[in-house]
Design a protein around this ligand. Structure first.
Ligand code: NAD
Length: 262
């Protein structure tokens, strides 16, 4: 057991936004944050499932396509009092039902598939941070947790564009951590290995099983989010893989004393 397991966290009186909250990791984290006392805003594009999660956790549902900058502007009233923003919505390059939008080879990736994953996984995180940061900075408190992936730390040969997006948000997390940490706003990212959610296609699940690659539960990923929230270390990355303990990576603080406009 690492020291990051089972921290005592009380989120009573706090409000948390969870993007991609209708399914998988987002749904599980929404439940966990609510169980720890938070009021949860469940945001997604899958309205029925998202509303059901919001009802279950006693929160509110927000239809929000994270890739749409206008949607973030329209949602601004719902985002002013946030203590936690879990920027989690994401997709792989594959689009279910699209014969021509495979994850590989690169020469066959369609423009539509590429724009869709960049929109959700990169634009969605940038727009989300842009929307929530001003109020957090004004209050001098807040925590943005970004769902990256082990694919943001190492190679993912069968979906290199997915790897690109997750490396991008890892870099974004490190910089936001250094930039906004001194203003009281923490940014951290979680880097889970494969987790049992809808993003894992049946074909991928079969391949992972054949390779003996562990698939963890979304609850285990929620443990990692709670570890990041408890530690409040700006720019930190929280990795979890198989049965291994939750591991923290803190980047070298090269620019700690650099003053930049907020
Ligand atoms: N499951 C894994 O193996 C794994 C591992 C590491 C990281 N992740 C990341 O975890 C996050 C959540 O994925 P998951 O595994 O729970 O998959 P999932 O498919 O179960 O959930 C993703 C959710 O995001 C929503 N979503 C997709 N595009 C959206 C958009 N443009 N705007 C708003 N919501 C949108 C979907 O409707 C869905 O509810 C993703 O960022 C994913 O890359 C997953």
């Amino acid at each position: 057991m690492s020291s990051f397991e089972d921290p005592v966290v009380d989120l009573s009186g706090q409000t948390a936004l969870v993007t991609g909250g209708a399914s998988g990791i987002g749904m599980t984290v929404a439940r966990r944050l609510a169980a720890l006392g938070a009021r949860v805003v469940v945001a997604d594009i899958t309205d029925l499932a998202g509303q059901a999660v919001a009802d279950e956790v006693g929160g509110v549902y927000l239809h929000l396509d994270v890739s749409d900058p206008g949607a973030w502007s329209e949602a601004s009233a719902a985002l002013v009092d946030l203590d936690i923003a879990f920027l989690n919505a994401g997709v792989s390059t594959r689009i279910d039902g699209d014969a021509d939008a495979t994850e590989a080879p690169m020469g066959e990736v369609t423009e539509r598939a590429y724009r869709r994953i960049m929109g959700a996984n990169v634009d969605g995180v940038v727009y989300g941070a842009r929307a929530v940061l001003p109020a957090m900075v004004a209050r001098g408190s807040g925590h943005i947790v970004i769902t990256a992936s082990m694919a943001g730390l190492g190679a993912i040969p069968f979906d290199p564009i997915y790897g690109l997006t997750k490396h991008a948000v890892v870099g974004f997390t490190k910089s936001l951590g250094v930039t906004y940490g001194p203003a009281g706003v923490c940014t951290s990212a979680i880097c889970p290995g494969f987790a049992d959610t809808k993003i894992i296609s049946p074909d991928l699940a079969t391949m992972l099983e054949a390779l003996n690659v562990p698939i963890i539960s979304p609850e285990r990923v929620a443990d990692t989010v709670v570890a990041a929230l408890a530690a409040r270390e700006p720019g930190s990355l929280w990795a979890v893989w198989g049965d291994l303990p939750i591991t923290r990576y803190v980047p070298n603080p090269v620019f700690d004393n650099l003053e930049v406009p907020l």
